[in-house]
Ligand binder design. Structure first.
Ligand code: GDP
Ligand code: MG
Length: 435
């Protein structure tokens, strides 16, 4: 994975007190390979590296006390820019029509419903319109999802083939149904062909949508980029919905999509469930790619299941990296409440690497048992856990010394990661203030 490789490179850079031009050149070569491996378009990778190099070679960076961290910051900023800079909101000026397009299986229907749910949660009144007349089950699929999110849906007659007629009827229906945003789910194809483009062009002509969003499957990498480029040439896209970011997708698609279409990624699909969909924040993905962990989303997610005070305290701890085994346990318990572990683990600093490897619910119970078998003093100062104490803890928790050792190791690694991250944050805050 791209993030893993970049992490390795940065680990090296962070380690250096002084950095030479050669260090930078070597590191950038590695980064470029990692980007190409991750399916980033070669021109995009080349330009990106050139920009980073230009800034990294600056005197102030090389002479500074912490050149490694400065360079990581340059990477972070350039990645954020590459991903689109600021979050891009939807244009919802009346009549606020959103045309959702893309290939078959990209996630159009699912994303249409997810977007409706998100907008509804923001106080909007979305309406869903089924315009995929090619696949027999498509209309019913959207209707089911619409019911699930509690949003009105326009369903054309079965057997209808004229998409323009459907468009006209849908607009009339929208006029008579309470709502302020119209989301049109359209047909896709296996590959992009002229008849599909023609159909979408006519629909666009009639609807004059404020937004034309292409849905791209992150897992399809460079192919998604080519498809988006063609759709953009034919229809004039206004944004991108990047789906299946939860999978093993290589990060490259996200980086190239923006650069090639010049359109912002507006939303990200991060799972099959209807609520696994979010506004796309470039700087957060940049952070995640750099392996710093997405603290902001984690805290936001946490806030949904725990009360605000807890969230604030946890964020404080994450930032200051002053957490101990007690907090470690709290965190594990919180993860449990947050649902499927894999979703959340990737957001934790240093946990991206462990993702999917060794943590499951059973292990969570053992982690609990081990930490609960420690004295309060041992929990706050794990360094006093010598061999004899570890043996006692293992016996008390019904685990083995190896398991106890592993847990302490993992905790130590995590704390180190968080410390790095805390320094990063401080540095960035200073940089933003112009200091
Ligand atoms: P369409 O043909 O473009 O309308 O695609 P669908 O909306 O029918 O989605 C195709 C499949 O992709 C379905 O099984 C969805 O559940 C799945 N899917 C869509 N978005 C995501 C996502 O963000 N993550 C994951 N894991 N699956 C997704
Ligand atoms: Mg569909």
């Amino acid at each position: 994975r791209l993030s893993d490789k970049l992490q390795d490179v940065f680990k090296d850079l962070r380690g250096h007190g002084r950095i030479s031009e050669k260090n930078i050149t070597d590191a950038l070569r590695d980064v470029r390979m990692a980007l190409l491996d991750a399916d980033v378009h070669f021109q995009v990778a080349k330009d990106f590296i050139a920009r980073v190099k230009d800034k990294a070679m600056g005197e102030e960076v090389l002479r500074s006390v912490t050149p490694g961290q400065q360079i990581v910051k340059i990477f972070h900023d350039e990645l954020t820019t590459l991903l689109g800079g600021d979050a891009a909101p939807l244009n919802l000026t009346k009549p606020a029509r959103i045309l959702v397009v893309g290939l078959n299986g990209a996630g159009k229907t699912t994303s249409s419903a997810k977007l409706a749910r998100l907008l509804k949660s923001q106080g909007r009144a979305p309406q869903l319109i089924a315009c995929d007349l090619h696949r027999p089950a498509a209309i019913a699929q959207l209707a089911t999802l619409a019911e699930q999110v509690g949003v009105p849906v326009y369903q054309p007659q079965a057997g209808e083939t004229d998409v323009l007629k459907v468009g006209r009827e849908a607009v009339a229906w929208c006029d008579q149904t309470p709502g302020d945003v119209q989301i049109y789910d359209t047909a896709g194809r296996q590959d992009l062909d002229e008849p599909l483009i023609e159909e979408l062009r006519r629909l666009k002509e009639f609807l004059q949508p404020q937004e034309i969003l292409i849905v791209c499957d992150a897992a399809t990498g460079q192919q998604a980029v080519n498809v988006a480029e063609k759709f953009h040439a034919a229809l004039g896209l206004t944004g991108i919905i990047l789906t299946k970011l939860d999978g093993d997708a290589r990060g490259g698609a996200a980086l190239s999509l923006r650069e090639v279409t010049k359109q912002p990624i507006k939303f990200a699909g991060v799972g099959e469930k209807i609520e696994q969909f979010e506004q796309f924040y470039p700087d957060r993905l940049a952070g995640r790619i750099l392996g710093m962990g997405d603290v902001v989303s984690l805290v936001e997610k946490a806030a949904e299941v725990i009360n605000e005070d807890d969230a604030r305290r946890m964020e404080e701890k994450l930032r200051k990296a002053s957490f101990d085994l007690e907090d470690f346990l709290q965190q594990f318990r919180m993860l449990k409440r947050m649902g499927p572990l894999q979703n959340v683990l990737g957001m934790l600093p240093g946990m991206a690497n462990l993702k999917g490897s060794s943590i499951d619910e059973g292990q969570l119970k053992r982690v609990e048992a081990i930490i609960l078998s420690m004295t309060p003093q041992e929990r706050t100062r794990p360094d006093i856990l010598n061999a004899r104490r570890r043996q006692r803890v293992a016996r008390g928790s019904g685990t083995t010394v190896t398991e106890v050792n592993n847990l302490i190791l993992r905790f130590t690694q995590m704390r180190k990661m968080m410390k790095n991250m805390g320094q990063m944050k401080k540095l960035m805050a200073q940089a933003r203030k112009g200091g």
